[in-house]
Design a binder for this molecule. Sequence first.
Ligand code: B4P
Length: 193
Amino acid sequence: MFNIILFGPPGSGKGTQSEKLIAKYGLIHLSTGDLLRKEIAAATPLGLEAKSLMDKGQLVPDAVVVGMISSALTANPNANGFLFDGFPRTQAQAEALDKLLDLNKTAINAVLFLQVNEEELIKRLIKRAETSGRSDDANPEIQRKRQDVYKKETLPVAEYYQQFKKVVEISGEGSVDEIFDRLCTQIDSRLGK
Ligand code: B4P
């Protein structure tokens, strides 16, 4: 099994690159953002709770997202591997993920960290707001809040994986295809290609 975390701030292109990576490498895509938006669309109690937090730019509780990931891992026992997109977003989530993978006798192979400057991130999210219909995109104040939450709560996840030498920093600036090529170079070298 080959498991990757695609890591980076909101708007760094995790969702965009994930689509291309799963198509090329046959991995199962686990995006907690997408899973939460499905719950919101289905108006489940979990979705309603998540929406009120996401609309404020805050994170959903760890237990909720860890539960969703745990179910997805159990539902895919024969996967080639998983691409985690937007998860883990806190150190507690990272520790929980390591335990879940360990129970399944597997581990994270690499954390691919997309680096994009903040001005470019805000520009991308303002543009995404024109078409995404996402209420958490619509307001520039919420976008800034999401960048702040990222720095305080999510950046420590990179430090957590750095201690295991799993983090690879990759420029997330340039065209989608250029960034995709950089990601593939790193993955291929780990797959021995
Ligand atoms: P997510 O759905 O994970 O989304 P994101 O971080 O906003 O965006 P991403 O990095 O995927 O960017 P994208 O490819 O779209 O999170 C949403 C919310 O859900 C969070 O704020 C939180 O509340 C909640 N949540 C999710 N997971 C959670 C967890 N584990 N724990 C707690 N809460 C959680 O790219 C952005 C835009 O840039 C797009 O419009 C794209 O077209 C454009 N773009 C991409 N690459 C580009 C490039 N190279 N050049 C120019 N534009 C580009």
